[in-house]
Design a protein around this ligand. Structure first.
Ligand code: FAD
Length: 179
């Protein structure tokens, strides 16, 4: 299994990163130790810049469809021990998405796959090593009873080339993100 980039962990961050790399023409491989998508309750929803990130990438429609509820402005938000009241503002700055984390992870998994990412569940990364050209992950996968580790080489973009001579990324379509 070769890839341009190996991502350890198919949580929301790894999955979103895989999508971003896919948009840039980079071929990532996600290694996730859990054998299947988690149903563990974690986030029940999210707000803040995550919502903007999803909007910039044109994903809010899919998020709303998965949620079954529209993305709405929050009338208020906790900030440490202080409750911020936005109810008097014409355009409240914080948007809220009601989507349990397992469903967000499913959505981001589907998108990462659509953009060319490989996702291997049930594969735990036990260590990484590198030389000038490659990073190799030691992986414990489902066939660990016969072969406890597997080597996966992640080459810099531009097959087999050092990062300094890699090909430039494909221009990303979508909305530019403000700095
Ligand atoms: C009870 C609870 C409630 C929460 N509520 C909210 C909320 O309401 N709103 C909100 O925004 N956030 C909430 N959070 C926080 C949110 O869940 C985290 O911010 C989010 O999961 C972080 O995503 P991540 O991708 O960085 O890490 P994770 O979700 O932790 O994903 C990391 C992944 O990497 C995998 N992994 C780790 N090591 C290896 C390895 N060596 N090899 C292979 N795979 C590996 C793990 O199995 C995991 O799937 C809550 C968290 C908890 C625990």
């Amino acid at each position: 299994m070769d890839a341009d980039v190996v991502i350890v962990g198919a949580g929301p961050v790894g999955l979103m990163l895989a999508g971003e790399l896919g948009l840039a023409g980079v071929r990532p491989l996600i290694l996730e130790r859990q054998p299947r998508l988690r149903e563990t309750p974690k986030a029940s929803g999210f707000n803040g810049q995550v919502v903007d990130l999803l909007r910039y990438r044109g994903l809010l429609d899919r998020v709303e469809a998965a949620s079954g509820r529209p993305v709405v402005p929050a009338p208020g938000a906790p900030f440490g021990g202080v409750h911020l009241d936005f109810s008097h503002l014409a355009d409240p700055p914080v948007r809220v998405v009601h989507l349990p984390q397992p469903r967000l992870e499913r959505l981001l998994s589907e998108r990462a796959s659509e953009l060319g990412a490989g996702i291997r569940r049930g594969h735990e990364v036990a260590g990484v090593s590198q030389d000038d050209a490659t990073v190799t992950a030691d992986v414990r996968g489902p066939s660990s009873s016969t072969s406890p580790t597997a080597g996966i080489s992640a080459r810099p973009p531009g097959t087999g080339s050092p990062a300094s001579t890699s090909t430039p990324p494909t221009p990303i379509t979508g909305q530019p993100m403000p700095c």
